[in-house]
Write a protein that binds this ligand. Sequence first.
Ligand SMILES: NC(=O)c1ccc[n+]([C@@H]2O[C@H](COP(=O)([O-])OP(=O)(O)OC[C@H]3O[C@@H](n4cnc5c(N)ncnc54)[C@H](O)[C@@H]3O)[C@@H](O)[C@H]2O)c1
Length: 638
Amino acid sequence: MKHILLNVFKGRVVSPWWILLIDLVLAANAYVIAFVLRLNFQVTEYTFLDFFATGSWVILIYLTFFMIYKSYKGVIRHTNYTELKLLMLACFTAFSFSYAVNRVAIMYDFGWMITSGLVLIFHFIFTLVFTFLFRVLVKETYVLLTKKKNNVNVVIYGASDLGLITLEALKNDRETNYNVVGFADDNPTKWNINLHSIPVSSWSKVLKMGDRKGINCVILAISNISTPQKYKIADECLKRNWQLKVMPSVGNWINGISNQGQIRNIRIEDLLGRDEIKLSQMKIMEGLEGKTLLISGAAGSIGSEIVRQVLKFPVKKVLMVDQAESALYELQQELLLSYYDAPFDVIIADITNVRRMEALFEKHKPDVVFNAAAYKHVPLMEKFPFEAIRVNIGGTKLLADLSIKHNVEKFVMVSTDKAVNPTNVMGATKRICEIYIQAQAQKEYISTSFITTRFGNVLGSNGSVVPLFKKQIERGGPVTVTDPDITRYFMTIPEACQLVLEAGFTSKGGEIFVFDMGEPVRISDLAKKMIRLAGLSLGEDIDIVYTGLRPGEKKYEELLASKENTLPTHHEKIMIGKVRQLNIDRVEKQVGDLLLYLNMESEELLVMRMKEIVPEFISQNSEFSALDRNPIKKKIVD
Ligand SMILES: NC(=O)c1ccc[n+]([C@@H]2O[C@H](COP(=O)([O-])OP(=O)(O)OC[C@H]3O[C@@H](n4cnc5c(N)ncnc54)[C@H](O)[C@@H]3O)[C@@H](O)[C@H]2O)c1
């Protein structure tokens, strides 16, 4: 029986004409009952005919109003308040009309039409109750038959609009039976009230009643929650083996639609991201409005996020330059979905190709250049210094030179904390880029304003620990960490890129901006937290293996922004790095020579040249460490 009913429900929606027919049969039955009741169950042959004559025109009126209000058109199993309201309206107007017709019939003595006013009132009430109950019955039967297998007892953290949207989304989930046992909220005025018959209480009370209520999932549905608070909630949930999920705030919904699919598991990025960054929207708007932007490395983690952020402003055009064809194609597809009419252009090009870059500047005349194209992997660049110099230094120099030549207003260079007292080739190339950019900024006769932004690791970027750990956890481990004590500073990609924009458009020019990276994170702790977030237990389901520091890798990253080496700015998270005045000619000669001899000299000589430009570059854990003591140094200096 259940099977047959399920098939009925699973099948296509029943035709509305059937619903109309059922409503009419119910209305006719209601008339019989009303009539019989009115006659105190004394039905005679005479009254039976009378019933037939009067009943026909009354039902005809109900039919007319059901059709006018289309009260039979909704899908019965999904009947909602609006549809019930329509049904009520249809019945009430039909009743009022019947009543009026009956009065006229009495007035003009149309004997066969006349019925009792009480019958009409009873009929109205019964019709309403029957048609209403019919809908409730179908709806409840549907719920019963399609009862979901998985039962999850949920607490929604946030008793506001987002919480209510989450509740609605959970109700419509087809797979899982989400039983929302309560709302948690930090606002005491909301405690001890009910929302949709669900109690609201404090988070501490939720923690106390957790076992009793069998809670096994918490959904964060609150947009203005601080990261430390999120971190604390995550810890408390993990301790109790509760799943922790997030309902993103409205602005972050995929396709802008509210549904259960928006609710996702909490990610490590959610726990390490810091409080929302307040941007000088007006300044950024002024800097971007009507401008043509060239973003190099646009397909990369940083470049692509800069693209997403700037497209929120009324720019004239965004030129997305990258040599990685597939990654650029994917970004293009993503942007076409979310910003389909945005003014962007995809350009596949190598930033070290002089002719291509010349032509690009000539054709598009960019106003602002963001340079985020680079080779960034420390161990790989330690192996291939030639490539690191060619792309990072050569590419940056070419873009900077062309920016001056074509009177670009602003050149924003994306640098890294690895450029501070570099211990590897990659960091040293970025420091040389910084030096070159700074030297250009010192020139007085140019109209380009040069800005450098320097920050530490961003969470989840291509090739960084988070995606690596994710993959390792998915494969069942082990999770590899180089050293138990290794720490890194982290910020999320959107945070970093927002700060790049803020620094870029609130600066005078010539500064190296350093971002506040918060507290350093121990990588082994990060791995442990990710393992727990994946619902696994360390040592039982998965192991962490320590593999030893890699070439050029530091155990502790330099503190980017200390009081001694930086000056504050208008923004609490942005500092200006103190830098020494450079000798422009000397810098240009040294960088020019490095690139000039790129194809002629050995890698040792090239690295030696870098050490000359950046005297604080001391290789660590690298084959180039020998150079720091080697007489080869003399050869070049001489
Ligand atoms: N990812 C981080 O954690 C982080 C932190 C601080 C600073 N940075 C800096 O940000 C910059 C970008 O890093 P990312 O994480 O976005 O790296 P990424 O590898 O994701 O992106 C770099 C992009 O540059 C492109 N590219 C490389 N060489 C090119 C060339 N010759 N011509 C055109 N395009 C080229 C690549 O194809 C890639 O799409 C780097 O300078 C890096 O040092 C990154």
